[in-house]
Ligand binder design. Structure first.
Ligand SMILES: [Zn+2]
Length: 345
């Protein structure tokens, strides 16, 4: 058995042992309630199966909470998203679990859509939710990524650890396929945050970042829910982020489309650079300058055609923002009935 698999099975065994004693009825999930306040924070890992980096940190945090090494007064839950995918060391089996939430996936019969429906009641109870991810390719730094929202932004900034925040306008869906976990929680007017911890797999950096983020978020829960501190004030004690905005998404609409080998996250590309091949085997041209994010290299057959199901996007381009994204929200507040369906632009 490969080291990755041994690590995974050992960690899953430890998690399952904790979950047996602290069951919340959902498989691969557990809840601890310290009953001093009503605040409920939820953390998740493995929503993408091969993004295992946060798992050892989740186990350490549970151990530290149970041994009282970390003190906490509220409710706290953990879940591991896609176990079958993790055991095969793949992102997902039939459909991306992180595109399986909300109405558009409600009647879907994939194992991921079923898992999403199993997890939905827990997400509905969350006041604050952090979802740990990792990138497919190497990553130059950890970063937050979620749509701009007052409360979620303040929680992320008060937590810190990652200094870059890739954001988008409220109501702008991350993907056209379905809702992400954090997107679903924000649609309930609660705090939903996604963090990319670095490159996928068991990594010491990812484990440390995830551990520190959870420790700080737990402390902030007590400050807010037990001691009535303002999350905005707590946020302002930390430096602000470097803000980036996704300005372009290359649809993965043809199996022949591909990037040249070796693109890492945040690699700067110039407008008109040839970065791969399109559906007709012509050069794929960067439509604007910026930092390339989420380059995808799915398995391909002998004719270089990517195997189904194709990811939603081949890559995206982010650019540094020259204004503060809170500016979007003053405009947003005056708008009635903002559209939140994942398919709207
Ligand atoms: Zn992910």
């Amino acid at each position: 058995m490969k080291l990755q698999n041994i690590n995974l099975e050992n960690n899953l065994k430890t998690f399952t042992n904790f979950a047996e004693n602290h069951s919340n009825e959902i498989p691969y999930s557990l809840t601890l309630d310290f009953k001093k306040h009503k605040g409920h924070i939820v953390f998740s890992g493995l929503v993408h199966g091969n993004e295992t980096g946060s798992l050892p940190a989740i186990i350490r945090i549970i151990q530290d909470l149970l041994s009282k090494k970390i003190s906490y007064g509220g409710k706290i839950s953990f879940f591991l998203g896609n176990i079958p995918a993790a055991q095969q060391n793949v992102r997902f089996i039939e459909m991306d679990l992180n595109r399986s939430f909300g109405e558009s996936a409600a009647t879907n019969t994939t194992i991921e859509a079923k898992r999403a429906r199993e997890l939905t009641p827990l997400l509905q109870q969350a006041d604050v939710y952090y979802d740990f991810h990792q990138t497919i390719m190497p990553c130059l730094r950890p970063f937050y990524i979620f749509e701009m929202d007052f409360q979620s932004y303040y929680w992320a900034r008060s937590t810190g650890i990652a200094n870059t925040y890739v954001t988008r306008k409220k109501g702008a869906a991350f993907s056209n396929l379905g809702m992400c976990t954090d997107e679903y929680v924000r649609s309930l007017q609660k705090v939903g945050i996604t963090i990319e911890l670095g490159e996928k797999g068991f990594q010491k950096d990812a484990e440390l970042y995830a551990y520190l983020i959870m420790k700080r978020a737990i402390k902030n829960m007590d400050l807010v829910y037990l001691h009535n501190c303002s999350i905005k004030k707590l946020a302002h004690k930390n430096e602000d982020f470097e803000f980036m905005q996704i300005k372009y998404k290359e649809k993965f609409d043809h199996p022949n489309k591909r990037l040249h080998q070796g693109f890492s996250n945040f690699k700067f590309i110039d407008k008109n650079d040839s970065i791969g091949f399109d559906g007709n085997n012509k050069p794929l041209i960067a439509p604007l300058s910026g930092n390339l994010l989420f380059p995808k290299y799915p398995p391909r057959d002998e004719n270089n055609q990517a195997k189904s199901p194709l990811p939603g996007e081949l890559y995206v381009i982010a650019q540094k923002m020259n204004f503060h994204p809170l500016k979007w929200l003053s405009a947003y507040k005056s708008r009635e009935n903002p559209s939140r369906t994942p398919n709207s632009k």
